[in-house]
Design a protein around this ligand. Structure first.
Ligand SMILES: Nc1nc2c(ncn2[C@@H]2O[C@H](COP(=O)(O)OP(=O)(O)OP(=O)(O)O)[C@@H](O)[C@H]2O)c(=O)[nH]1
Ligand SMILES: [Mg+2]
Length: 440
């Protein structure tokens, strides 16, 4: 199949429009970027760009024989439609977010990833369907500006599908949570690779994994893939891959996951949230950074990564400066100094050559937190019992004793589990003592 050809375009209110990232995303989606167009002006209500610029765009599309136009702005449905009307028949108009969704859609291989993409698409569509519905109602006409028949059931249909998919994703997340507990019960430490897209996470996973063990453990871990692809493209990895890693004395399961990226719209992040559960609930996070990039780019990507993590992560973080083979010692030292606040004591490696990987293994062993002991008092209610059973699933319970109104649970677990158990216990509703009624 011949590669699709795309023209990329962008409008800015002021300053210079930078097309580098959108072109890279277009290439990640499989397009050949054959033309570029920018404009500096305020947004036009009907066409987003000025109408004259859209005529120019149409001419460029004809000249370059492009199949698609990718606009690096968030456009309204009518703007998209109006631009399309000026272009040759069959030319697609995409905006930044539909493009990201297209990339995700192509890479989604597991049921979960496919559902997440579908959910994101529906969340993108919903406000558009609502806008269409309200306009159609107001104008009391069945079609609106040639956008097709207005269908009353469309909006409801989207809402129904959103809730069905969300439920299925919740069930998948529950299953994964259960699997994490089982693995902890088997004595595994869970380590997650996190970091900006294209930092080299999957390459490092392959370095650290001991392939043989995966096959030996196939029965125990049916979801362990034998491959974690690496490519010099954005969003190569979309789902998660877990492999057994050989670090020395501790039994470690290492999970690779989707890369972070800045400026993702809220609805898109929401849809992919549970993909990051393996990071949030890990015992240790390896935050991988491409150290061959300029300091400022590294800083921005580190900040984005920390923002994403700070949401829910409780595990210790080790920063990994990857791609060290592209740098000399003074360049590495300069980066360490410049970024010391964001990345204290980073470990320097090359996933490509293997340099520093043994030191990384030792570092993982050293940083893995020792299990903590904890004792919690809970009321004897259904809600509290589900917390007790969660503790059983995630740690080692030494004692569970029942009094008249309280149960005492004494257990040992990784620090992340202990703190989660504490907050679960704190959230449990306790029967209030009513001073007047009791008369005690
Ligand atoms: N020179 C050099 N290149 C590397 C190194 N590690 C990874 N790469 C390259 O960087 C690119 C991205 O690597 P991946 O392992 O796919 O990165 P990722 O973080 O998994 O990326 P996503 O899954 O897209 O988020 C690939 O072209 C790798 O070959 C390294 O240590 N040195
Ligand atoms: Mg990857």
């Amino acid at each position: 199949m011949p590669t699709d050809r795309a023209v990329v375009a962008k409008r800015v209110d002021e300053g210079e429009a930078d097309l580098e990232e959108i072109a890279e995303l277009a290439r990640a989606a499989g397009y050949d970027v054959v033309g570029e167009l920018t404009q500096r002006r305020t947004q036009d209500a009907a066409y987003h760009f000025g109408e004259g610029k859209v005529d120019e765009l149409a001419a460029l599309v004809r000249r370059t024989d492009a199949d698609a136009v990718v606009v690096d702005n968030e456009m309204g449905p009518f703007q998209t439609y109006n631009i399309g009307q000026k272009l040759p028949e069959g030319v697609d108009v995409l905006d930044r977010f539909t493009l990201i969704l297209e990339v995700f859609g192509q890479r989604a291989q597991t049921r979960k990833a496919q559902l997440q993409v579908e959910l994101a698409e529906l969340r993108y569509e919903l406000p558009r369907a609502e806008a269409k519905a309200s306009l159609a109602k107001r104008d009391e006409r069945p079609g609106f500006m040639g956008l097709g028949e207005y269908d009353e059931s469309r909006e409801q249909d989207i809402k129904n599908r959103i809730s069905r998919i969300s439920e299925e994703l919740d069930r998948i997340a529950e299953k994964e949570e259960k699997r994490r507990s089982q693995r902890r019960d088997q004595g595994f430490d869970l380590v997650a690779l996190a970091g900006y897209t294209n930092a080299g996470k999957s390459t490092l996973l392959r370095r650290l994994a001991s392939e043989l063990d995966v096959d030996e453990n196939e029965q125990r871990h049916p979801d362990l893939d034998t491959t974690a692809e690496s490519e010099d493209k954005l969003f190569t990895t979309l789902g998660t891959t877990t492999r057994k890693a050989d670090t020395g004395t501790r039994e470690v399961l290492l999970t690779d996951t989707v890369g972070f990226v800045s400026d993702l719209p809220h609805w898109l992040v929401e849809s992919f949230k549970s993909t990051l559960d393996s990071v949030y609930y890990a015992d240790l996070v390896l935050l991988v950074v491409d150290a061959s990039e300029p300091v400022e780019a590294m800083r921005e990507k580190l900040v984005t990564s920390h923002d994403t993590l700070s949401d829910r992560n409780e595990a210790p973080i080790v920063t990994v400066f990857n791609k060290a083979d592209k740098l000399n010692k003074p360049e590495i030292d300069r980066r360490k100094r410049a970024l010391s606040a964001l990345a204290p004591a980073p470990i320097v490696v090359s996933g490509k050559t293997g340099e520093g990987v043994d030191a990384l293994r030792r570092r993982v062993e050293r940083e893995l937190p020792d299990w903590e002991r904890e004792r919690l008092l809970l009321p004897v209610t259904d809600e509290a019992m589900s917390v007790v059973s969660w503790i059983h699933d995630n740690g080692n319970v030494h004692e569970e004793s029942y009094g008249d109104e309280q149960v005492t649970v004494e257990f040992e677990a990784p620090p992340a589990v202990v703190s989660k158990a504490r907050s679960k216990a704190a959230d449990v509703e306790r029967p209030t003592v009513d001073a007047d009624a009791g008369g005690a």
